[in-house]
Design a protein around this ligand. Structure first.
Ligand SMILES: NC(=O)c1ccc[n+]([C@@H]2O[C@H](COP(=O)([O-])OP(=O)(O)OC[C@H]3O[C@@H](n4cnc5c(N)ncnc54)[C@H](OP(=O)(O)O)[C@@H]3O)[C@@H](O)[C@H]2O)c1
Length: 304
């Protein structure tokens, strides 16, 4: 009998690629999601159960060998707070233990820290502590900045560059990012799922870029004439808020800008990612940023 794994968010971004990697390795997949989408290309190949954090969860996890958790919120809005996300991760882990799940692969973030000034990174560290205390065999995977189809951040940088004549890089633009492909991230997750021991690994790509040259690479790929200038973070943030009013989204939060400028989206370990950002960029330049990807529309509006 083929073994069953449960993946959160197989109809969304990272979870989709984790599910594809598991299916390619001959595993059965059930997804926990808020969007049971029969038109999704993976829909005929995965079982679907609701992403809820109460009693039905135990039944949804029953029979699974490994649980892959991608669940998180990008920023706080209404009742979707980081504290609530940590509590929900706890409920997932508790239900997994009760359902007899053997191992959990938990997707975290690079450089989580319980004393971080940034609630996202603090919450991620708290969630990792719950994973370690869960009694389950575990792997924690810490991605940097994930690029790939259906990505939001890189896509929307390209969208702005295509449509707005001036792009403001917050601060001096010398802080670094180390992007990792979503395909590499999924492979690293599934490799970690197959490992025998408790492990904590970074998912980071082979190249590091200072942020301003990173934006210039994207600009060159989409052949824009937009000017790119460094600016005080407060000004760049004010511009992103103005843009947010036009596109009815939260384009960037203050915490995201400050975490980016603190250089948290890099890894100090040998990179496990293989795909080069520049290769992906040139292969996808014609479509990147053609349409705006809204975090609010994708993940907040229309869900209770
Ligand atoms: N994207 C990056 O660049 C990046 C970088 C570092 C770390 N990470 C981490 O990688 C993991 C996956 O990220 P992703 O960008 O691939 O996320 P995603 O696929 O958009 O969402 C992952 C899961 O969280 C659920 N979710 C997302 N926003 C939610 C909200 N506001 N309220 C309730 N549930 C929500 C989704 O539900 P549905 O199944 O219903 O869609 C899905 O199951 C996260 O833990 C994230 O922190 C991502």
């Amino acid at each position: 009998m083929t073994e069953l794994d449960v993946v959160t968010g197989a109809f969304s971004y990272t979870g989709r690629h984790v599910a594809e990697e598991l299916l390619a390795r001959g595993r059965r997949v059930r997804t926990l999601t808020r969007r049971p989408d029969p038109s999704h290309p993976l829909a005929p190949r995965v079982e679907v159960a609701p992403l809820v954090f109460d009693d039905p969860l135990v039944e949804s996890l029953r029979g699974a060998d490994t649980l892959y958790t991608t669940y998180w919120v990008r920023f706080e809005r209404g009742q979707a707070t980081f504290d609530a996300a940590v509590t929900n991760i706890g409920a997932l882990l508790d239900a997994a233990a009760r359902a007899g799940v053997r191992r959990v692969v938990h997707v975290s973030v690079a450089n989580p820290d319980e004393s971080s000034p940034f609630p996202y990174f603090r919450g991620k560290a708290q969630a990792e502590s719950l994973v370690r205390a869960s009694g389950l065999s575990y792997a924690i995977v810490r991605p940097t900045l994930v690029f790939g189809p259906e990505d939001i951040l890189v896509n929307d940088i390209a969208w702005i560059l295509r449509r707005v004549p001036l792009f403001l890089v917050p601060g001096d633009g010398r802080y670094e990012v180390q992007p990792v492909s979503v395909v590499d991230t999924a492979r690293i997750c599934v490799d970690a799922g197959a490992a025998p021991d408790d492990v904590v690994v970074d998912a980071a790509g082979p190249d590091r870029f200072a942020f301003e040259p990173f934006v210039r690479l994207i600009a060159a790929a989409v052949e824009t004439r937009a000017r790119i200038r460094t600016a005080p973070a407060s000004l760049a943030l004010a511009a992103s808020r103005l843009l947010g009013l036009l596109v009815r989204d939260v384009v960037l939060t203050r915490d995201e800008v400050e975490a980016l400028m603190a250089g948290l989206l890099v890894s100090d370990k040998p990179p496990r990612g293989r795909d080069r950002f520049e290769d992906w960029l040139s292969e996808n330049a014609s479509t990147l940023g053609e349409s705006y990807q809204s975090e609010l529309r994708r993940n907040f509006r229309g869900f209770s």
